[in-house]
Design a protein around this ligand. Structure first.
Ligand code: COA
Length: 151
């Protein structure tokens, strides 16, 4: 496995748009084309292709909201692994790559995301990566936090 994150660009956009989650997971995550479109109007929102070598196997988005309080600034608002690539450890590695990317920012102490309560598999996955549930809700979704270790 040679996993990298690459901003969505002209070379990888077709593969990103083709990638889908399983039928039963479709209510839990926006279609990739919608995620990519969001970045067209929101400069704080950046979609990344997740690649193994040359193959796009997933998509995530990072959101940096400078006007928010420090603890609330960095988010991972989208995260998906294509159905055919799930259950192989890609999700965990990709999430660690996203954490590495964000934790390189000197002011990043916490990374946040939100997840539907009806998606316990994703909650368990995020907990295995090191996220913890908070008591906050964001538009009916449960907010989870990952604390960056300070050197
Ligand atoms: C959730 C998701 C990203 C996991 O990706 P993945 O590549 O299949 O996960 P991995 O293979 O890296 O699994 C990592 C760990 O999480 C666990 N895990 C993954 N999916 C799980 C599930 N549905 N239920 C319970 N545990 C799960 C694995 O068992 C593994 O545990 P281990 O480290 O003890 O072996 C993927 O299923 C997905 O894209 N789901 C649809 C989109 C979605 O719901 N995204 C979240 C929106 S908030």
């Amino acid at each position: 496995m040679n996993l990298t994150l690459e901003k969505v660009n002209q070379d990888n956009i077709r593969a990103c748009v083709k990638l889908e989650v399983a039928e039963l997971q479709k209510d839990f995550i926006a279609k990739n084309v919608n995620t990519i479109a969001w970045a067209y109007v929101d400069p704080n929102f950046t979609p990344y292709a997740i690649l193994d070598g040359e193959t796009v196997i997933g998509l995530l988005a990072i959101e940096d909201v400078p006007e928010n309080e420090d603890y609330d600034r960095y988010w991972i608002p989208r995260f998906m692994i294509g159905e055919q690539y799930q259950g192989k450890g890609y999700g965990k590695q990709a999430m660690h790559a996203a954490i590495d990317l964000l934790s390189a920012k000197p002011d990043c102490q916490r990374i946040r995301l939100s997840v539907w309560p009806e998606n316990p598999g994703a909650i368990e996955f995020y907990q295995k990566v090191g996220f913890t549930l908070t008591d906050e809700l964001l538009e009916d979704e449960l907010v989870m936090d990952y604390y960056i270790q300070q050197p």
